[in-house]
Design a protein around this ligand. Structure first.
Ligand SMILES: NC(=O)c1ccc[n+]([C@@H]2O[C@H](COP(=O)([O-])OP(=O)(O)OC[C@H]3O[C@@H](n4cnc5c(N)ncnc54)[C@H](O)[C@@H]3O)[C@@H](O)[C@H]2O)c1
Length: 247
């Protein structure tokens, strides 16, 4: 994969899929910005990358807070002088049956999983536009395609991510920026750790490739879409789910 002196911001990268993405980018020679509101974990990831010979800085940021995000953009430019790749990865779940879903659960998930992409992309794409080059990857989910019992908030947000990705691909294309979504299936991270063992076993048994996904499976797909060779791929949703759900 080709990356010439590129700089990447990955939101929610203190652990899970985001941490795998920044580590993968760093291995490819990309300078990374580890962004999360859990600053202790941000520092651990930054230190790991640096000790493996990569380049990384960390930033504490709540992606739902526009002021935090503006400050993030300024810091990236101050430190690296450019921004080429943005992965909107931060996400949460607040599961409940539709009948019992509260306004609080609905708003929390819609804010972090969907509105933050509006805020972060609006504040940061201008730095890509300045160089007429950019790669934006938004993390959706298989649940945004299939729906799921107990996840009306999450499936609405993740389906929204796909619609937003398509519109941004149309609006930002002439600025040299591609915008794509990745829809992970069932991946082993803290997000899925909380599921009951019997539900997890059933889910894994239903995956045709015969295993759960690992964070590196997603990091590879994201790295591909972020590389320089993919300039004619825009507006797509890449499912990375072991054929668990075929959209
Ligand atoms: N794990 C899976 O099976 C799976 C499947 C499909 C999609 N996804 C999506 O992938 C993304 C990453 O998931 P994960 O499994 O790594 O989750 P995770 O819970 O392990 O990590 C998410 C990270 O996002 C951070 N975060 C949450 N809210 C934030 C905010 N407001 N500002 C800044 N950082 C914030 C958390 O601190 C955490 O470090 C999410 O968007 C999730 O919906 C995960």
């Amino acid at each position: 994969m080709i990356f010439n002196n590129r700089v990447a911001v990955v939101t929610g990268s203190a652990k899970g899929l985001g941490a795998a993405m920044v580590q993968r980018f760093a291995q490819e020679g990309v300078k990374v910005v580890v962004v999360d509101f859990d600053f202790e974990k941000v520092n651990v990831v930054v230190e790991q990358i640096i000790s493996n010979g990569g380049e990384a800085i960390g930033f504490k940021c709540d992606v739902t807070n526009r002021e935090d995000v503006k400050a993030l953009g300024e810091k990236v430019i101050e430190h690296y002088g450019r921004l080429d790749i943005l992965v909107n990865n931060a996400g949460i779940t607040r599961d409940s049956s539709f009948k019992k879903m509260t306004d609080e659960q609905w708003d929390a998930v819609l804010n972090v999983d969907l509105k933050s992409i509006f805020i972060v992309t609006q504040e940061l794409y201008k730095y890509m536009e300045a160089n007429n080059y950019g790669r934006i990857i938004n993390i959706s989910s298989v649940i945004g395609l299939s729906g799921n019992f107990g996840q009306s908030n999450y499936s609405a947000a993740k389906a929204g991510v796909i619609g937003l990705t398509k519109t941004l691909a149309i609006e930002l294309g002439k600025k040299g920026i591609t915008v794509n979504a990745v829809a992970p299936g069932f991946i082993n991270t803290d997000m899925t750790k909380v599921m009951p063992e019997n539900v997890k076993d059933k889910m894994v048994a239903s995956i045709p490739v015969g295993r759960a996904g690992e964070p590196n499976d997603i990091a590879s797909a994201v790295a591909f879409l972020a590389s320089e060779e993919t300039g004619f791929i825009s507006g797509v949703t890449l499912s990375v789910n072991g054929a668990m759900y075929l959209a």
